[in-house]
Design a protein around this ligand. Structure first.
Ligand code: PLP
Length: 395
C-alpha cells in the first residue's frame, strides 16, 4: 500500500525533510522529539479539546447546502470553518502549537503572516496565554491589510514590517526564521500551514485533523456512513486541506480534489498554481514543489486571494499530487469571485476568497446524483470585503 502520511525520516515520498541552518538544529530536533509525546498526553488532549470546544466554538457545523446540491446534482455539504473564532481554520493550529510551546518551556512566540489571518490567530492565542508575540509581515502586506495589523496590535502583538524582497509572505517567513536563529532557546515559531521543516507539516496536519475527525462523526449522524465520495478544499500551503483529508488518506473510496489559485490563468505568468507549475526545490526548510526559474530563483506568486499566494506547497500535497491520490484543479480569480457572489446570494454565506476557490472547483467535477461531497469552507469573507465591493455588480 502507498504511504501518504509522513515517514520516520520526515518525508512524504520524496518531499519534506528538514533543510535548516546548523543554529536551528537543536530547536527543530527538540520539537521533533517533543511533539508526539505532548500531543498524546492526557493533559494536552484535555486542554486542546476544551479550548477547541469553549473558545473556538467547535465542532464546526456540517451544513447541507440545498442550493449547491441542486445546482451541481449531488449532495453537497459545507464544513463551516468560517464559523470559528477569528473566522477561519487557522486558530485550530495556533491553539495547539501554543500549548506545545508552553509545555516545552518556551516563553516567547513568533510567527509569519501574509494577509494577516495567521498573524491574528497567533496574536489571539498569545493574548489568551499571556505570552509575548512578534509577527513578521511584509511591508506590502502591512499596507494592504491595515485592519489585521491593527487587530494584532490591539491583541498585544508587535508587528514587524519586512522590507526585503517583494515584501510579502515569503520574505516575512525568511525574517521569522532569522529571528528564531537568534533566539533558539526561549522562542517557539508558530508556522501557519503544513510547510517548513519536519516536524511542522506533520504537526500542523495533526492539529488540523480535528476537521476530518468531526466530518466522520457528523456524516455518520447525517448519512449513516462515515466517509464522503468527494472531499474538496483550497490549498495555499495546504493546512485546511490537510485537516479535511487527514482521516481519509488511506480510504480509496474517498476522492480528493484540491483547488489551487490560478490567478489570471496558469499560463498568464500571474498565478499561484504551484502544483501545476512547480518544480522540485527547497524553500523554508522543506523539499517540495516550488514556482521558480530554471536557475532556482523563486517566482513571485499572484492570486486575488492573499491566503493562497505562496510560491510553495506543503510536502504532503506535493506527494498526493505526484502519486495521483489527489486531483488538483486550478481556479482563476474570476471563477472564484463568481462562486463567492453566488454562495452569498443563494445561501447567505459570504466566504473567504480562498474558500471561494474550493467552491469554484465544483464546476470542474462531474458528480453522480448519489455522490456525497464535503467541501471545506476554510474562512469567512469579512477580510475580503474591499475586494468584493470592487467587483459588486459584475458577477
Ligand atoms: C490562510 C488561509 C488559507 C490558506 O492556507 P492553507 O494552509 O492552505 O489552509 C485558506 N483559507 C483561509 C480562510 C485562510 O485564512
Amino acid at each position: 500500500m502507498k504511504q501518504y502520511s509522513v515517514d520516520e525520516r520526515g518525508y512524504y515520498g520524496e518531499f519534506g525533510g528538514a533543510y535548516i541552518p546548523e543554529i536551528l538544529h537543536k530547536c527543530v530536533t527538540d520539537l521533533e522529539k517533543a511533539y508526539l509525546p505532548i500531543m498524546e498526553s492526557r493533559q494536552f488532549q484535555r486542554d486542546f479539546n476544551q479550548l477547541l470546544h469553549d473558545y473556538v466554538g467547535r465542532p464546526s457545523p456540517l451544513y447541507l447546502s440545498r442550493q449547491l446540491s441542486e445546482h451541481f446534482g449531488a449532495k453537497i455539504y459545507l464544513k463551516r470553518e468560517d464559523l470559528n473564532h477569528t473566522g477561519a481554520h487557522k486558530i485550530n493550529n495556533t491553539i495547539g502549537q501554543i500549548l506545545i510551546a508552553r509545555e516545552m518551556g518556551k516563553t516567547r512566540i513568533i510567527a509569519e503572516t501574509g494577509a494577516g489571518q495567521h498573524g491574528v490567530a497567533t496574536a489571539t492565542v498569545c493574548a489568551l496565554m499571556q505570552m509575548p508575540c512578534t509577527v513578521y509581515m511584509g511591508e506590502t502586506d502591512v499596507k494592504r491589510q491595515q485592519v489585521n495589523v491593527k487587530k494584532m496590535e490591539m491583541l498585544g502583538a508587535t508587528v514587524i514590517p519586512v522590507t526585503s524582497g517583494n515584501m510579502t509572505l515569503k520574505d516575512a517567513t525568511n525574517e521569522a526564521i532569522r529571528d528564531w536563529c537568534s533566539h533558539p532557546a526561549d522562542t517557539h515559531y508558530i508556522i501557519g500551514s503544513v510547510v517548513g521543516p519536519h516536524p511542522y507539516p506533520d504537526l500542523v496536519a495533526r492539529l488540523q485533523s480535528v476537521i476530518s475527525k468531526e466530518i466522520k462523526v457528523q456524516l455518520t449522524e447525517k448519512e449513516g456512513r462515515d466517509f464522503p465520495d468527494y472531499l474538496i478544499a483550497c490549498v495555499g500551503g495546504g493546512s485546511n486541506a490537510a485537516g479535511t483529508i487527514y482521516e481519509y488518506l488511506d480510504n480509496d473510496k474517498v476522492k480528493i480534489i484540491l483547488a489551487e489559485a490560478g490567478g489570471k490563468g496558469i499560463d498568464s505568468g500571474e498565478s499561484a498554481a504551484t502544483i501545476h507549475l512547480g518544480t522540485k526545490g527547497v524553500l523554508h526548510g522543506c523539499k517540495t514543489l516550488l514556482m521558480q526559474t530554471e536557475d532556482g530563483q523563486i517566482t513571485e506568486p499572484y492570486s486575488i486571494s492573499a491566503g493562497l499566494d505562496y510560491p510553495g506547497i506543503g510536502p504532503m500535497h506535493a506527494n498526493l499530487a505526484v502519486q495521483n491520490r489527489a486531483q488538483v484543479v486550478d481556479v482563476n480569480d474570476d471563477e472564484a469571485l463568481k462562486a463567492a457572489f453566488e454562495l452569498t446570494r443563494n445561501e447567505g454565506i459570504i466566504p473567504a476568497l480562498e474558500s471561494a476557490h474550493a467552491l469554484a472547483a465544483l464546476e470542474k467535477v462531474k458528480f453522480k446524483p448519489e455522490d456525497i461531497v464535503v467541501l471545506t469552507l476554510s474562512g469567512r469573507g469579512d477580510k475580503d470585503l474591499d475586494t468584493y465591493f470592487k467587483y459588486e455588480g459584475q458577477y
